[in-house]
Design a protein around this ligand. Structure first.
Ligand SMILES: *[C@@H]1O[C@H](CO)[C@@H](O)[C@H](O)[C@H]1NC(C)=O
Ligand SMILES: *[C@@H]1O[C@H](CO)[C@@H](O)[C@H](O)[C@H]1NC(C)=O
Ligand SMILES: *[C@@H]1O[C@H](CO)[C@@H](O)[C@H](O)[C@H]1NC(C)=O
Ligand SMILES: *[C@@H]1O[C@H](CO)[C@@H](O)[C@H](O)[C@H]1NC(C)=O
Length: 459
């Protein structure tokens, strides 16, 4: 879920304020943390959604396809947006006593925010439908003069009257499709339940208490019961950065194929890293450097050198993958986008080659939103499909299985789940479907992305 790109002028102010405040560490402190990392379950759908929303139903799977905003910088949502969600969620408990809320895990944005309700006596309020700050004894909004407030994009700092006692820090956060969340930047105690069952209390988590929320990617059916976003981006206000000081400046996750039944457990691990897992010596971990784009400091950029299909290298000029002087282009790894988006010239080569190599007949009709759908109904459980490989910076090779880029949109119909980046200044996105079944480690300390196909099932 990419955030809107910030204007260079604004960025200057933001960078300047970073230096002025020495990147104030968002002093989230752990109380009674038993482990040196935190392993949280990732859910693929809200546990309290109705049983009729079964993920194995075709209608739901179809709806996954349209659940993400187009990841280009300023383009409208794909029309025909439907209900459902191709997202992964984290359960977080905020406040004292804790209130349980489900957030979308998003490496494409920084801010952690939740939907808030100001009601005072909310006994009638459906549980977990919003955070109720008035029911928490540990809630406190930041003053607009607080250094934390200056870490926010789009905060009107110059309007802050620091002599006024009640002058809260306002935030306005916008996503690529124009969706918005705004409210008060605040701090709160959070309780996280690790996969091992232990509870960890963290004081002083900075988060946005959102009172005005609008737009398709953060409200309505597409949000699929989520009450906010857990930003895991590179910026200093993200969840991973705030917890980085305590748990190590890295996090990892494994997104499992949610169409399997029963769905395997996916997890998000803050700190620890691949080396803390009992990987065997035979497990190969590949690493590719993370690039920094100073004009888009939120995203985790990797470099694509080339693409091969069935072992044949596609004739794509490597320059199409580069980040240009205006900060456009490049490739980001995003857990909050479902499909993969490639820059147009590269996409056209991929489509041409897959079309030529696929041995299955075309489906009678294209599923809307896709350029290539084949009829796999006559096939065994694993239809043979062209093999896609990405050669990445640092010599790493990312070789996803075909189910990471072919999606069964209806019974027996498999569509190429890659799209072209629409606008000329957009960037390529490796979406969450493409990441399925890989353990990915975002290591900010070493500025690299590690990945392996082993390790998702490890304790
Ligand atoms: C909240 O409402 C309930 C029932 O309507 C009432 O018994 C209770 O005293 C109220 N609490 C507060 C703090 O107003
Ligand atoms: C700031 O707030 C104080 C106290 O409320 C008020 O007296 C003063 O006029 C305000 N200054 C500005 C520039 O608004
Ligand atoms: C793994 O490698 C270490 C060091 O090279 C070695 O001591 C250990 O015996 C190896 N373990 C297995 C299971 O091969
Ligand atoms: C797929 O092919 C079968 C025959 O092999 C046909 O009966 C069916 O209608 C086709 N389905 C689609 C969606 O093209």
């Amino acid at each position: 879920m990419p955030v809107l790109s910030i204007s260079p002028f604004f960025l200057l102010i933001l960078l300047f304020s970073f230096f002025l405040t020495h990147l104030p560490n968002p002093n989230a402190t752990a109380v009674a943390a038993p482990a040196d990392f935190l392993k949280l379950p990732l859910l693929h759908k809200p546990p309290f959604s109705s049983p009729s929303q079964s993920l194995s139903s075709d209608t739901h799977r179809l709806s996954l396809l349209f659940s993400r905003p187009n990841p280009t910088l300023k383009s409208p949502l794909i029309s025909g947006a439907s209900t459902g969600s191709g997202q992964y969620f984290v359960d977080i408990r905020l406040g004292t006593p804790p209130q349980s809320l489900l957030l979308v895990a998003d490496t494409g944005s920084d801010l952690v925010w939740v939907k808030c309700s100001a009601c005072r006596n909310c006994s009638h309020h459906p549980p977990s439908s919003a955070f109720l700050p008035r029911h928490s004894s540990s809630f406190s909004p930041f003053h607009c003069f607080d250094p934390h407030c200056r870490l926010l994009p789009h905060a009107p700092h110059h309007l802050c009257n620091h002599t006024r006692l009640h002058s809260p820090c306002r935030f306005l956060y916008s996503y690529a499709d124009g969706s918005l969340s705004s409210g008060f930047f605040s701090k709160e105690t959070t309780t996280l339940k690790s996969l091992s069952g232990s509870e960890i209390h963290l004081k002083g988590l900075s988060f946005g208490c959102g009172f005005r929320i609008s737009g398709p990617s953060v409200s309505g059916a597409q949000f699929n019961g989520a009450r906010g976003v857990m930003g895991l981006g590179r910026g200093s206000i993200s969840f991973s950065s705030q917890l980085g000081r305590r748990f190590g400046n890295k996090f990892s996750y494994c997104l499992m194929d949610y169409t399997l039944s029963p769905p395997p457990t996916s997890f998000l691990m803050i700190g620890g890293g691949l080396h803390s897992l009992p990987l065997t010596n035979a497990t190969k971990i590949s690493y590719t450097p993370l690039q920094i784009n100073p004009l888009s400091p939120t995203f985790y950029y990797i470099t694509i050198h080339s693409i091969t299909i069935d072992g044949v290298k596609l004739p794509i000029n490597p320059a199409v993958w580069e980040i240009d002087e205006q900060g456009n282009g490049g490739t980001v790894v995003d857990s909050g986008t479902t499909l993969t988006y490639l820059t147009k010239t590269a996409y056209e080569e991929v489509l041409k080659s897959v079309r030529r190599r696929v041995k299955l007949p075309n489906a009678a009709e294209l599923t809307p939103g896709f350029d290539l759908c084949v009829n796999a109904s006559g096939e065994s459980r694993r239809p043979s499909l062209p093999r896609l490989r990405f050669r990445l910076g640092g010599g790493a090779v990312f070789a996803p299985p075909p189910r990471n880029y072919f999606l069964e949109t209806e019974e027996g119909v498999m569509c190429l789940a890659i799209r072209a980046v629409e606008s000329g200044n957009g960037f390529s996105v490796i979406g969450n479907l493409m990441q399925q079944g890989f353990l990915l480690e975002f290591d900010k300390e070493e500025s690299r992305l590690g990945f392996t196909r082993r390790g998702c099932g490890l304790p």
